[in-house]
Design a protein around this ligand. Structure first.
Ligand SMILES: Cc1cc2nc3c(=O)[nH]c(=O)nc-3n(C[C@H](O)[C@H](O)[C@H](O)COP(=O)(O)OP(=O)(O)OC[C@H]3O[C@@H](n4cnc5c(N)ncnc54)[C@H](O)[C@@H]3O)c2cc1C
Length: 457
């Protein structure tokens, strides 16, 4: 068994080297707030296209980020498109998902697909996020670490595309215009101005900067809460990631969510529990107790115990199904978790961070090339094209499984059929084939037809 590298701690910042900020008189084409998957991907695609982009990140890479560390084929595709396939060479590659529930276990391989590879990886966010931010830097983005956006700057009329229409400005369903950010760099009490024509909000699930520009979460839409920790395990290089679909609370009730064991291939596994909630249902559940119960019940072969735990678990929120909005403004866009872009079917957010960052970069490129505000409005259209109906079905799925009896009945039935679970995996991982109408695609088509005519509460 390999000895795990102690790579989950952020390096302490060197206080002797103050971060130097660009001159406050310079107006960048784009300012990106946050260098997680969404912000770094957006910055990479903008820099690659030759735009003057500055990204600010309040932490110092490599930094830890609470996550399951699982990359599905959708994430792998985005990394390969950015020319980053090479960084995955040393990471743990896996073939599919093992679904475990009610005493049964099914190994479900990732499907063959014309656009996505039939494999995924497990890699710590400590290593992954640094690599993508470095890549954006190499492409020409100015990546400023240890610099926090404290608050948005008011828009300066001559800085923006010059087409900020009064109707959109007045509308409550758009982000406020913004001229950049008031920032604070490490080693300084001084607040400085960082100015830009366009601003991308990529500051993650808590999104303080996004809220200052007018975003809020639609509380009727699903939200995830998850907790994860690392453990030493003899099965650290298992070829499947494992999902347990019958996670129980202290009273023995099956809860809406799942427990996971994702092998990292370096001696450790990433173990966690995620819980879904809609409105106030399931709010009272203590995720730490859920995690303890999950570890106790997990198959002994994984070797999970207090003795093999590498530190205490940490948790975070998962805003899903485009629950956060508005996502566009006259010169502002929100991407990734700041836009609530996590897939409600499976809690996957890295791929959607990369994808929404890329979509935003494409629209910003058009805006900067002369189309102005209209190109930014197109970002919402493209989001709806890519995820609108799929996420609507996902939200209905979440509402369904938050009823314990239904959840139990669905999982029990599914676990008796390898093919039903293979179709479900395709639907839930958003890996349906556009070029074939197999059973999974046919089932999904029927769901789309229903979703189109069903109003949401
Ligand atoms: C427990 C857990 C497990 C998960 N497991 C998985 C998984 O296995 N696979 C998967 O695909 N997804 C998973 N997710 C979801 C995934 O982590 C997120 O969807 C993803 O990180 C979103 O990327 P992002 O760039 O939008 O935000 P983030 O990754 O949160 O990045 C935001 C960045 O902005 C920075 N920042 C914030 N505020 C400021 C500011 N004011 N100024 C400057 N910088 C700022 C932060 O430091 C951070 O680096 C999990 C989430 C949780 C909580």
């Amino acid at each position: 068994m390999a000895i795990p590298s102690d790579n989950n701690r952020s390096e302490p910042a060197d206080p002797s080297s103050p971060v130097s900020l660009p001159s406050s008189s310079h107006v960048h084409d784009v300012l990106v707030v946050g260098a997680g998957p969404a912000g770094s991907a957006c910055a990479y695609w903008l820099a690659e296209a030759g735009w003057d982009v500055v990204v600010i990140e309040k932490k110092v890479f490599p930094r830890d980020k609470t996550c399951g560390d699982g990359l599905t084929p959708r994430s792998v595709r985005q990394l390969e498109d950015m020319g980053l396939g090479g960084i995955l060479a040393g990471a743990h590659r896996y073939e599919g998902l093992r679904a475990v529930a009610f005493g049964r276990s099914l190994d479900l391989k990732w499907p063959e697909h014309p656009s996505f590879p039939p494999y995924g990886y497990v890699i710590t966010r400590h290593d992954l996020d640094q690599a993508v931010a470095d890549h954006a830097l190499k492409a020409g983005a100015n990546v400023l670490q240890d610099v926090e956006a404290v608050e948005p700057l008011p828009a300066h009329p001559e800085d923006s595309a010059g087409s900020v229409g009064p109707s959109r400005r007045a509308g409550a369903d758009v982000l406020r215009p913004c001229g950049g950010a008031l920032v604070r760099a490490r080693g300084s009490d001084h607040l400085a101005e960082l100015r830009a024509r366009y601003v991308v909000v990529a500051d993650g699930a808590n999104s303080r900067f996004g809220r200052a520009l007018g975003t809020s979460r639609d509380r009727s839409r699903p939200m995830g809460m998850a907790l994860r920790g690392y453990f030493l395990s003899p099965r650290h290089d298992d070829p499947f990631i494992e999902s347990h679909l019958d996670v129980r609370d202290h009273a023995g009730r099956v809860v809406p969510g799942y427990g996971w064991i994702f092998p990292l291939g370096d001696g450790r596994v990433n173990v966690g529990v995620g819980l879904l909630s809609v409105e106030d249902r399931w709010k009272g559940i203590n995720t730490s107790r859920l995690m303890d119960a999950f570890i106790e019940r997990a198959p002994g072969s994984w070797g999970l115990s207090a003795a093999t735990a590498c530190g205490s678990p940490t948790g975070g929120k998962l805003p899903m199904g485009l629950a956060v909005g508005p996502r566009t403004g006259p010169n502002t866009l929100a991407v990734g978790d700041a836009a609530g872009s996590i897939n409600p079917f499976n809690g996957e957010g890295i791929a959607y961070g990369y994808e929404t960052g890329r979509l935003a970069a494409a629209c910003l490129g058009r805006a900067l090339s002369g189309e102005g505000e209209a190109a930014l409005g197109d970002y919402e259209v493209r989001l709806q094209d890519a995820y609108g109906l799929y996420y609507k079905i996902g939200r209905a799925f979440v509402s369904l499984i938050t009823h314990p009896e239904l959840m139990r009945a669905c999982v029990r039935t599914g676990m008796h059929s390898q093919s039903i679970m293979e179709w479900l995996l395709r639907i839930m991982a958003n890996l349906l084939r556009p070029d074939e109408l197999g059973p999974a695609e046919a089932a999904y088509k029927a769901l789309v037809a229903i979703a189109r005519v069903t109003p949401e509460p």
